[in-house]
Design a protein around this ligand. Sequence first.
Ligand code: ADP
Length: 586
Amino acid sequence: MKLVRMLRSNWLLVCATLCVVSLVAVYFVFREEARGRLLDEARASALLYAQALRAELDRRRHLPETLAIDEDFAEAALGGDATALNRQMEALAATTEAEAIYLLDATGLTVAASNWNAPDTFLGQRYEFREYFRAAIEGETGIEFAIGATTGRPGVFVSSPVHNDDGAVVGALVVKIDLAPLSLTWDRQRHEVLLLNDDGVVVLTGRPGWRFRTTRELSPLQLERIEAGRQFAGLDLSRLNLLDLEPERVTLDGTGYLRVALPVDWQDWRLWLLAPDRQASAQALASTAHTAVAMLVVLTALAFARSEWFRSALNVSQRERSELSQLNADLNREIEERRLAESELRAAQSELRRAAKLTALGQLAASVTHELGQPLSAMKTYIRGAQRESARNAATTERTLERLDRLVDRISGIAQQLRFFARRGGEAMGPVDLREVVAGAGETMEPALEEKGASLIRDLPDRPVTVTGGQRRLEQVLVNLIRNALDASDEMERPTIRLTVTALDGNAVISVTDEGHGVSPDLAATLFEPFATTRASGEGMGLGLAISASIVQEHGGSIEAASPRDGGAEFIVTLPLAEEGEEARG
Ligand code: ADP
């Protein structure tokens, strides 16, 4: 990962390094290609030079052989007059472009020569040490490259034996060919040409420093032969400073050359053509430079594209950032507004709650004052009457006391209802069997039922119906419902109230049904709200159902009213069954 990050941040450096590496590789490829091309050219040139050389030598190779047939030469070799022969040979040398044509007698003394009148004439010179002489004397054709013993000029010497009439060798006819003009046709601008004899000695080249130097070490035998024949006029044949790198690549005097070596088909002579390797390097360098320029163009285009891309990416990111910060500011404002609205709402709610509490308290106080005021003033009247009457009439006192007793009952009934508010939450919750709750409520209501001649018909399951709750509070719910049913059946002779408990789908369902006047339609919507009542003042405060609903809700249940088809009213309480109450189902 670190490496990737580093490469990414230094991409320019990486690109430059890659370019340099690939340029170096390209250079080497181009150089190999240029070398191949140069070698092909060199091969073609070498072939031409070799052919020209061979033609030059072949042209005069048979000259001495042809001339030697002439009897005049034999005569001259044997001591005859050579004056006419000299002139004849001079003319012949001019037409054949030979450097010299001359005749040696059997001892190697020059008896006639084309250069008879030149200051360095061969006439009178002895050449018995030359190999070409020895070969001719032995009846063979002699061919030798050598530096002229008289002139000091190098040349190729071709000799042929001169026979007398008996066929005996009496002398040698020699043609000296100057190769120097040949080298003038060589294109020295482009390459160096070396002509090597069979000993590997450079006999012809455009570079004077390389002339008469060897390409390989000469054996003592070779050296002895060369010395004896004075072939190189006693020159020290030192080795060239030559190093073979590859078959076709050498260094000569520290300069690299591509080398083409060809046999000349003349003796064992060879022609070397050396093309400077720096030409290949220069060509490769030029091609590499072109490639570098192309790469630079591409890289510049890439860098430009990249910077453009960065610029546009930067623009996009800046735009996104400003949009984001705008969005953030909007969001912050919205949050602030919401917080403000929430706190206002909370304040309004708490104000509402306070107002509602105050209203409820006011209503309660008014109801209680009103409800208590009537029985209390009645009690006061009765007490005063009783005080007056007590001495006179005991029966009246008895009646007054009974009235007082009923008024006290009414006051305690009102107090009973208000007690719920004082006791709220006081009772612990636990498993409660609804059948026991029904029994408790029945017991409480028994006197009232009896008084009205009413009957409470209970329909309970055999098994416990257990809910989690407070027994006394649940009893209060049932007491309220039974009392309401009783009140609604006020006008009936012998009213019947039905109470059923069933367990259904994880719930306990308690139903209280009566056959009374039914729920007034005006009240249906606000039945379970406090102070909703149709009762006359002094008979009810409209708190019973509100309290009952509150208790049922506390137990996680619900209460609703229904109107049975055949009249009366039904109140249904649904409570969730406790875990252990499961068996009560069905
Ligand atoms: P209260 O009994 O003090 O009026 P409740 O909250 O117990 O207060 O009842 C509210 C009203 O609901 C009653 O005034 C009555 O009109 C109506 N109500 C309650 N139970 C019955 C019932 N079983 N049949 C007809 N009306 C009923």
